[in-house]
Design a protein around this ligand. Structure first.
Ligand code: AVI
Length: 326
């Protein structure tokens, strides 16, 4: 028999999610941080997004890595033994490609995925060790946005840290500069950072990438409301909000918003709040910054890296930059 245990409101009200929602929905205009997207359903929807015909980012970065893996590894290892760390649990094809190429060069490889989710790390470890003989996976459970520590690479080894997938684009410029400084501080001379950034391009390509015909990105955006219903006893009706993807040329970013279809009141039980939305009022849920060619190299320089090489695709839509810790 299931036991119903009444949970005092305060317990719900002091989670990281509750704090973020309290601050975000009280601000003008209302906003919610994009990390809220990634519960189990949101992570599954994001995986679906990466396969969409309109979402060129994953495919384009993959093609750049596939074409240049040999050169990337040669520049990074420079004759030493490599170990590869990655921000985010890289179970994806792009990471596997680099791991397999490194194993081809040196026989075996230590791979250190860094993620806040132990489950994601364990899934990545099982999959990679099963599919890539020679890979030894050593997962590190950490919230890298709040600072993290890596053991220095062993003598005779160099570390390649992967921060790919355009994830840096979801941070505000000040935050991404700060994060790159923190990454530099964790690397030793001779180590490298591989950074994947999305480049500015035709507006209609961007708009379709963030508002696909099948509605997967809309479902991803609205899943945030479903999460708040579950975790904060809220009563958002996701159908009462419209997914909006907007290009902001002033800030060079794609924005995602949820727009209230009508005037409505939403209860957030765990906060003891009733939130009033006007018709057309929005919640700003994500920024995805798009960079000019050369800008990522400047960011790397400012963080103390020496930009060593940049690879791009024939259309110039995406760039992968290698920064060396000098
Ligand atoms: C994870 N991040 C790089 C994605 C992006 O493109 O900014 C998240 C995303 N948002 C909408 N579609 C995908």
């Amino acid at each position: 028999m299931a036991l119903a245990i009444p949970v005092p409101t305060e317990l719900h009200a002091d989670t990281k999610v509750a704090r973020a929602v309290r601050a975000g929905l009280a601000s003008v205009p209302r906003r919610l941080p994009p990390w809220l997207f990634y519960d189990e359903a949101g992570s599954r929807l994001f995986d679906e997004i990466t396969e969409l015909p309109e979402y060129y980012l994953t495919r384009t970065e993959h093609s750049i890595l596939a074409r240049n893996a040999g050169e990337i590894l040669a520049l990074t290892a420079a004759g030493a033994r490599l170990r590869i760390a990655e921000l985010g649990a890289g179970s994806a094809a792009k990471t596997r490609l680099l791991l397999a190429a490194a194993i081809e060069r040196q026989g075996t490889l230590l791979y250190e995925p860094i993620d806040i989710s132990l489950t994601a790390l364990l899934v990545a470890r099982a999959r990679i060790e099963r599919e890539i003989p020679g890979a030894r996976v050593c997962p590190l459970v950490m919230d890298y946005t709040n600072g993290f520590a890596l053991d220095p690479a062993a003598p005779g080894e160099r570390r390649l840290l992967l921060y790919i997938g355009s994830s840096i684009g979801n941070f505000e410029p000040r935050e991404s500069a700060h994060l790159l400084h923190k990454l530099r501080a964790q690397l030793q001379s001779g180590d490298s950072l591989l950074l994947g950034v999305d480049l500015v391009k035709d507006e209609s390509v961007l708009l379709h990438a963030y508002d696909d015909a099948a509605g997967v990105t809309a479902a991803f955006n609205k899943n945030l409301l479903v999460r708040l219903n579950r975790e904060l006893s809220a009563d958002f009706d996701p159908a009462a909000f419209v997914h909006r993807a907007v290009w902001n040329p002033v800030h060079s970013r794609m924005e995602m918003h949820l727009e209230s279809r009508a005037a409505q009141q939403v209860r957030i039980g765990a906060l003891g709040w009733k939130v009033e939305f006007d018709a057309g009022e929005t919640i700003h849920t994500e920024n995805s910054y798009k960079f000019q060619p050369g800008q990522a190299e400047e960011m790397l320089k400012e963080a103390g890296f020496v930009p060593a090489a940049t690879w791009t695709d024939p259309r110039g839509w995406f760039a992968v930059c290698l920064g060396q810790a000098g």
